[in-house]
Unconditional design. Structure first.
Length: 256
């Protein structure tokens, strides 16, 4: 039943309203779903179930933590930020585009962060703009997060160059995207406009491309230097099932 409800909500409820409604679930979820089957490293709590998440045929079971709204990629990113960077301890001027709800309240409270959020329409964003033309000065931010955005934009190269422009020299960013690790090159076809066909080809109806193993090369073409964090070698022995992580996912750190 929960799978059906999630499919309906993702398909029918506008994103700004979905964000607001999810906060109601977050308040009660740690009590309603308290358990030991899964652990979310972001809040450190145990849950007896995670929710399914995904669109159409691409829905994944036990993907979304109901207490934080984190997905597999968020939990992996949190482990990286907490244990392998100084992000949570040193002063940082942070631009967070399309701010994730699992991170927003944490980053907002961090005294070391000067925190700015941005989005096209999110109700929790400070700024609203088109990523193709960021209305901000050059060299402003130490760190930029822009996760699961570039697969939506018309010209990802232009957006990458804009992210580079507003990043300080010596700064870094993480721009997670869906990647088909079985494809060497990014798949794009502008003739595919039908939402159902886009779900099949690009994994979501509002995606315009599906990245392949050439994703770091695309970042480099925009001017970034790219480091790779591989959880299989860098995280060591962890319980991927308990934390509900995707052991195949890589984190690409884009540096200026």
């Amino acid at each position: 039943m929960i799978s059906s409800i999630m499919k309906w909500a993702l398909a029918k409820v506008p994103r700004p309203l979905l964000i607001r409604l999810s906060y109601l679930v977050q308040w009660v979820a740690p009590v309603l779903f308290k358990g030991s089957k899964f652990i979310d490293p972001i809040d450190g709590r145990g849950y007896n179930r995670f929710f399914p998440y995904g669109y159409g045929p691409n829905q994944r079971e036990d993907a979304l933590c109901p207490g934080t709204n984190s997905l597999e990629r968020h939990r992996l990113l949190w482990l990286y930020l907490k244990d392998y960077t100084n992000f949570l301890t040193e002063p940082q001027n942070l631009l967070h585009i399309a701010p994730e709800q699992c991170f927003y309240p944490i980053f907002k409270k961090q005294k070391n962060l000067s925190y700015t959020t941005a989005d096209m329409e999110s109700p929790i964003a400070d700024l609203h703009f088109d990523l193709h033309n960021i209305p901000l000065e050059d060299n402003l931010y130490d760190v930029i997060f822009c996760n699961h955005v570039l697969e939506h934009v018309q010209d990802d190269h232009q957006c990458m160059k804009e992210l580079l422009r507003v990043m300080k020299p010596g700064g870094w960013g993480i721009f997670q995207v869906p990647i088909d690790y079985n494809n060497k090159v990014t798949y794009e076809d502008s003739s595919i406009t039908d939402p159902k066909e886009r779900e099949i080809h690009f994994w979501q109806k509002d995606h315009v491309r599906l990245y392949g193993l050439d994703y770091p090369k695309r970042l480099e073409k925009a001017g970034f230097k790219v480091d790779i964090f591989d959880p299989k070698s860098d995280l060591g022995l962890i319980d991927y099932e308990k934390l509900r992580l995707n052991s195949s996912e890589l984190i690409f750190i884009a540096r200026k």
